[in-house]
Design a protein around this ligand. Structure first.
Ligand SMILES: *Cc1c(COP(=O)(O)O)cnc(C)c1O
Length: 429
């Protein structure tokens, strides 16, 4: 299959070329040349095998196609269990059993395995540069650690990520370099953007990025929805409806694509934090990106959700059809706090602040009388956000083994001034 840009001003690309490029040359996002056709699916027995089945149509004819099974086995080597909540019919789809305890591990691992495979035929190493405000950088660092032929440089704002997040970025070593920048996340992002558009530098040092708009992260995220929906349908005969906590709309767009391919998924509702650009649009307003505001669900602090272009593409740019297809609500910090404390007190259930926005929306839907089986995408383990969650539930949260293994390693980050020249020099060294 070929891939085209959402902005229609770039040539069609193969899957491999689109994965290697990240963003399309016209600034758009890559989407499949044909919109998906709904088909019938059968459960394949494991997450990795279901991943392989749903990704196969996109890989057809590509240089990566013969490697798809191996890529899925490497990326999907930890589970995504669907667990029942205390309320009948309600579930959580736990996406946080990977090395950095957030769903981004799945996409980052698949992208890393794909890029490492593509690098095998190339003599020169590839450098991945990423700016992070926390979660993305950790997932990318973990996924690319010790991948042959690839070096990763992660920039983060010194003192503005949590101590646990900083530790996760600096604890890998080997081919992973953490730069703590004496500036803001926006400074980090501007430095990375400048590097990615510096042709002279790239003649010396081939560069790529690993941000969430990459096809190599987006497409594989369909896999856990496919796996959960097929298993649930087989066991109960019911379609699974979803609530997805949303920032850049990457994870949610993967669910939407999986549903369009005919997987047994029903309604998809989207929860945002107080950054309510999407709820405003879906409640009938225009699409107006805003500056992001800081919330407790900080990995969703997005004022211009980049994957919105993909949603519009799937709905053939018909905004009325799009508005009719989704329920989207904002959940503010006060509601996040109240929900986490109340559900723990009532049922011993513990949610991260991101997952809490979606649980809140599911409560709202149930209160309106919405029926059926529902799953909330649980995007991170609550232990990652212990400084928010522990005071609300009044007890410590046990850290999952993969995360505590990372926290026990020594960590090191290089200081870096907030200027492009310093990054350029580092990349050339
Ligand atoms: C990144 C992230 C999100 C938002 O995902 P998008 O794909 O950007 O919508 C939600 N929760 C957690 C924990 C995250 O790390």
């Amino acid at each position: 299959m070929q891939f085209v840009s959402t902005r229609h001003a770039a040539p069609a690309a193969t899957l491999s070329a689109a994965i290697a490029a990240g963003l399309a040359p016209d600034g758009g996002l890559y989407v499949p040349q044909q919109r998906p056709q709904a088909q019938r699916w059968q459960a394949q027995g494991s997450l990795a095998r279901n991943a392989e089945a749903v990704l196969a149509p996109f890989f057809a004819g590509d240089a990566l196609a013969p490697h798809l099974a191996a890529l899925c086995a490497e990326a999907f080597n930890f589970p995504a269990p669907l667990r029942a909540l205390a309320t009948p019919g309600d579930h959580v789809l736990e996406l946080f059993h990977g090395p950095t305890a957030a769903f981004k591990d799945f996409g980052a691992r698949f992208l890393a395995a794909s890029l490492a495979q593509l690098q095998r035929d190339r003599a020169r190493p590839l450098t991945i540069v990423v700016a992070t405000s926390g979660d993305t950088g950790a997932a990318v660092a973990a996924a690319f650690h010790r991948q042959p032929g690839i070096r990763v440089v992660v920039l983060y704002p010194d003192g503005r990520v949590s101590p646990r997040q900083a530790h996760q970025l600096g604890c890998f070593g080997d081919n992973i370099h953490a730069l703590r920048v004496a500036g803001s996340f926006d400074d980090c992002q501007a430095m990375v953007k400048q590097a990615l558009s510096d042709r002279e530098l790239q003649a010396e040092v081939p560069l790529s990025s690993a941000n969430s708009i990459s096809l190599g992260r987006w497409l594989p995220q369909m896999s856990y929805y496919a796996d959960a929906a097929l298993a649930h349908h087989e066991a109960t005969g019911e379609v699974l409806n979803l609530v997805v906590p949303t920032g850049n709309l990457g994870n949610a767009m993967a669910a939407v694509l999986a549903r369009a391919m005919g997987l047994p998924l029903g309604q998809i509702a989207l929860a945002t934090n107080a950054n309510d650009v999407l709820p405003r649009f879906f409640h009938g307003g225009g699409y107006r990106p805003l500056r992001s505001v800081a919330t407790l669900a900080n990995a969703m602090d997005v004022g211009a959700p980049s994957n919105f272009e993909r949603l519009r593409w799937l709905y053939e740019e018909d905004d009325d059809a799009l508005r009719a297809a989704f329920r989207v609500e904002a959940v503010d910090d006060a509601a996040i706090r109240e929900l986490i404390a109340r559900r723990h007190a009532a049922a011993g259930e513990v949610f991260c602040p991101h997952t809490a926005t979606a649980v809140k929306l599911l409560e709202q839907l149930r209160a309106e009388g919405v029926q059926g089986h529902w799953a909330v995408a649980a995007t991170a383990h609550p232990a990652k956000f212990e400084s928010v969650v522990e005071p609300l539930i009044g007890r410590p949260i046990e850290v999952p083994p993969a995360l505590s293994a990372l926290l026990e390693r020594p960590a090191h980050a290089e200081p870096c001034p907030p200027h492009y020249a310093a990054l350029r020099e580092f990349l050339l060294s």
